[in-house]
Design a protein around this ligand. Structure first.
Ligand SMILES: C[S@@+](CC[C@H](N)C(=O)[O-])C[C@H]1O[C@@H](n2cnc3c(N)ncnc32)[C@H](O)[C@@H]1O
Length: 433
């Protein structure tokens, strides 16, 4: 069967994200196969790029459309954003950007929209300076972030919010974690070089590698035998913080898809590890990851905070809570967060995080260590959450590791997005007296 064009599939994917609030990762996985293999990278680039710049592109589209498109034509709106993205950010030759976007409307069965798209995109070409100047006063357009998100960054990081927004709008680099049960960083760098993949060691633990440009995992030496995993350096700082000793019982409470579970087992393959996740489906991804790495763990789908449902009564020496969060530190990897997150999510997530902390704390042995992490840059989910936790739990104290994983904060450590080329991340180590 003939494959669909990258632009028409990108329009469908973007419609599912923008109109049905579905996650980009999930929709991409479902739909990308409709595109010819050699065009998949371009389709992906269009989806990520449009969502990254969507707050700006939408304002431009609104200026170009004489009247708003109907809800049933959300795919045509997506195509308009795709056209604008190509003209503004990709420097696609205008004739190709415009004619191929118009063709994509035909493929979507909406030939009528060709004229409209053609007129809007040509108008943009003609009026670009005027439109761009008018938007210079609009912070949402300038920084390409929704208003509530900008305000929140400004409130939490009055001196760094612009740098955060800039980092959020970058294409993220690809990073690897070498499985030190199988190899070491130097040897793996050598294998990459032999494969013609340019890479360097990254200062984040002893297994992190930064690739000069992203590549398909199929090209990574030994990937399917577990020699390496794809993981940002910021996430690779977590396993070390657990300072695991032989024989200790470990709980990874929010484990899917198992990135940190795998890393913990690479460091301590003989320890007992229980990995939980509230989502059955996501739990499967932990099993797949561990099988690739050739490890096993005790897996259960459960709400970690509802300990009566899954706990056997034996306390843990180490508990990792890699908590569900807004993801406001990893927007460069998940630009759909700009569109899908709502300001009211913050309170709700903070409440879940508090429950996880409070309900798992009694499961920690005296002297044991709980590591709390998020990929958020909001203080409410991070330092303020830990400050409040320590007030509620006088038997808890923060431990400051010798080698700080990020910038020290009054409670815990914060890496802002893009710091040392890594994702935004928060870390706190709590010891039970
Ligand atoms: C940040 S992700 C974890 C990433 C994972 N630790 C890794 O390194 O690959 C948070 C996970 O928490 C799970 N989750 C959310 N609420 C939970 C709960 N109450 N109990 C257990 N897992 C939960 C989500 O399904 C999600 O998979």
């Amino acid at each position: 069967m003939a494959k669909a064009s990258a632009r028409s599939v990108a329009a469908r994917i973007l419609t599912a994200v923008m109109s049905e609030q579905r996650s980009l990762t999930a929709v991409l996985a479902e739909q990308i196969k409709q595109v010819d293999e050699r065009d998949r990278g371009f389709c992906q680039q269009l989806c990520y790029g449009v969502l990254r710049w969507q707050p700006r592109l939408t304002l431009i589209a609104d200026k170009l459309l004489k009247k708003p498109l109907k809800h049933k034509d959300a795919d045509i709106r997506a195509l308009l954003l795709i056209g604008l993205y190509q003209l503004r950010e990709l420097q696609t030759p205008p004739h190709a950007a415009i004619s191929e976007t118009v063709n994509a409307a035909k493929q979507l069965g909406k030939q009528w929209a060709g004229g409209l798209l053609n007129a809007c995109l040509r108008n943009y070409q003609r009026q670009q300076t005027e439109i761009d100047t008018a938007l210079e006063q609009n912070e949402q357009a300038v920084h390409a972030h929704p208003e509530w998100l900008l305000k929140r960054y400004q409130q939490d990081w009055p001196e760094h919010w612009q740098q955060i927004c800039e980092a959020n709008n970058q294409q993220p680099p690809m990073m690897l974690r070498v499985n030190r049960q199988q190899s070491d960083r130097e040897r793996y760098l050598q294998l990459l070089a032999e494969q013609g993949i340019a890479a360097q060691a990254l200062e984040a633990g002893n297994a992190a590698i930064l690739l000069s440009s992203p590549c398909d995992v199929h090209n990574l030496p030994g990937f399917f035998d577990g020699s390496a995993s794809v993981q940002d350096g910021a996430a690779q700082m977590v396993a070390d913080l657990l300072a695991i000793q032989p024989g200790q019982r470990i709980l990874d409470a929010c484990a899917a898809p198992g990135g940190k579970t795998g890393h913990i087992l690479e460091q301590a393959p003989d320890n007992y590890l229980m990995a939980l996740d509230i989502s059955d489906k996501r739990l499967e991804s932990i099993a797949e990851n561990l099988s690739r790495l050739n490890f096993s763990a005790s897996l259960a789908a459960a709400d970690a905070a509802d300990t009566g449902l899954w706990w056997d009564g034996e306390a843990f020496d180490r508990i990792l809570i890699d908590a569900p969060c807004t993801g406001s530190g990893v927007i460069r990897r998940h630009p759909d967060i700009k569109l899908l997150r709502r300001p009211e999510d913050i309170d709700q997530l903070a409440q879940t995080q508090q429950q996880l902390l409070d309900n798992l704390w009694p499961l920690l042995k005296p002297g044991g260590l709980m590591v709390y992490t998020t990929c958020s840059a909001f203080k409410q989910e991070n330092e303020q959450q830990i400050e409040a936790f320590l007030q509620r739990h006088p038997d808890g104290a923060e431990v400051r590791p010798d080698k700080p994983p990020a910038q020290p904060r009054p409670f815990g450590f914060q890496r802002l997005p893009g710091d040392d080329v890594m994702d935004g991340f928060y870390y706190a180590c709590l010891q039970r007296r």
